[in-house]
Design a protein around this ligand. Sequence first.
Ligand code: NIG
Ligand code: FE
Length: 415
Amino acid sequence: MKSKKLYTHIGKLIQVREGLKGPLKGNEMAELPYMEQAWLLVENGKIADYGKMRDKPGVGEAEEIDLKGRIVLPSWVDSHTHIVYAQSREEEFVMRIKGRTYEEIAESGGGILNSAIKLRKTAESELYESAEKRLLEVISLGTGAIEIKSGYGLDTESELKMLRVIKKLKENYPGIPIKSTFLGAHAIPAEYKNRRSEFIELVIGEMIPQVAAEKLADYCDVFCERGFFTVEETDQILKAAAKYGMRAKVHANELALSGGVQVGVKNRAVSVDHLECMGEEEIESLKNSDTIATLLPSTAFFLDLEYAPGRRLIDEGLPVALASDYNPGSTPSGRIPLVLSLACIKMKMTPQEAINAATINGAYAMEVADRCGSITKGKQANLIFLKEVPSLNFLPYAFGSDWIDQVIVNGKRVH
Ligand code: NIG
Ligand code: FE
């Protein structure tokens, strides 16, 4: 197989950008630049060049592939997931149908603690196999870069075990940029129930140094939430991680106004994620920062929560990213096409804003914008070729249809 491919007769090449310096903010998100009747040259897994069909270069060494008018997009960048876990939790889903809330289930030892019990008993090899299946699943749905968190171990050995699984995924899937996040402060484990300060001490004094010694995490995240971790605890943990070079992310305001946004901004977080509950103070705090607001509408869908105010945040001039939150408790789905539909329908984002949020802004939210998130010379050729569709607006509109024809990773077809 030739390592040079010239794709021709592309109906629309979407998200063509050169020279972008940072995430799209506010009304910049409305514009999704594209080139009609285009060609795209892929060489050694990278985007080498592109242009209009009327200026098509000679094919030379390259293999020429006629895309017959199809639309081409950069792959999705899913900047928030928890795809390493031992088992699904559909029994809690049924409990919620019968009226119990996510918080009640968590308080009675279900939820994250339920996942931790199962994960501690599961061998690293078995965890790797199931996480790899989920990774391959989301790749087939168009995800071309992904962030993955720990947080179902909640003891040092089990947190390291999860992070080693992520490390192995990084090694075995070099075409998919993967970032790993240490989320030891995801819940207070049962054995520390009445000794929470000792657990914080364990996270800071033992887990973070060991994670850092093995270079297992790019980021440190905390579930700063009513019933989980306080602002003060979050602040301490993020500061401890920063000393080892792990930048901050925060799970903030999923169930209540937690102060998570402000403590994230204060610690120069790359992103604050969830934001189902937002007040004026939270919005002001984001406005005075470089922190990206990452919204996870399939969580609000699955837990039947209020949706994050995506429209408002964009109208306030902020950079918004979209991600899946794929995890066994609050979002057993890594389907970005559904995320796009929910962002449009429930948050009143336009299709163009939603696609920008799930590609280039997602790439900034996990610091892979030098490699992913747009059709840019020198970036990786992680691409989506669509089936025949009438327009780009059709994508979030046709929320039940499978409109992805092919998925390309590093210039090679994988789906
Ligand atoms: O992002 N909110 C915290 N963590 C996950 C859910 C964890 C779970 O229920 O297993 C989330 O929603
Ligand atoms: Fe999450």
